[in-house]
Ligand binder design. Sequence first.
Ligand code: ZN
Length: 274
Amino acid sequence: MFQDPEATRLLAISPHLDDAVLSIGGGLAQAAQDGAKVTVYTVFAGTAPPPYSPVAERMHAVWGLSPDDDAPLYRRKEDVAALDHLGVSYRHGRFLDSIYRTLPDGRWLADHAEGGRKLSVSEHAPDGDPDLVAEIKDDIKAMIDECASTLVVTCAAIGGHPDHEAARDAALLAAREKNIPIRLWEDLPYAVFRPASVELPQGFHLGSPDFSSVATEMRTRKFQAVECYVSQLAMLDGNDVSMFDRLDEHARKTSPHGGYGETTWPVICKEDDS
Ligand SMILES: [Zn+2]
């Protein structure tokens, strides 16, 4: 993913508590082992005050928690264990997951989706939230300063989750303002089911995809780290095929040599793009 790991200070911007590990955990573990300083900053890790939306209460139940549990606190502990297993540092952002957010008119952002386990994030949500993106951008810039980062990586937002898009857009703007290179990772496991169509904000363009092989030991470590997110495993696992089999299969299809690996893209900034 990069040259000269010992001179690299890598800041990974994860939308939720698990996204970075699922998508690029092997690369992060490898980078740390090679001598890079790696920090994962999770944007939407804040604790929400009750009351919770029906969607949030239902998600809490899917995660094996009580409806009124402080789920983000529980999930932050999972994240600490997972990132510790990868040998990387963590920071937790203050922003609330979309299931805890409201629209300007007071309605919940996330709709109650009947039936399935998946949450459907509101159709009446505004197309992007520039104020939220600006606030996240400021926090990411502070993180870049704190970590003296030389490279930022974040999600490509495949699947179109509003939290993923907000985190990505904020990271793109922050990296550009700080003049630091940024790469985007393929959102896993979502990219297994969806075409990798990525639409970046104006002025940003995807470079060519880069498949980085992950050694067996690091793949194992990644999968063990994913298992630290105990609350999320039921949701991530399919009915018949395990998520880990899906990740293996997906990597095999992309890999030139058939082994495990993870895909990222460089981002090209063109300031005066129109
Ligand atoms: Zn996510």
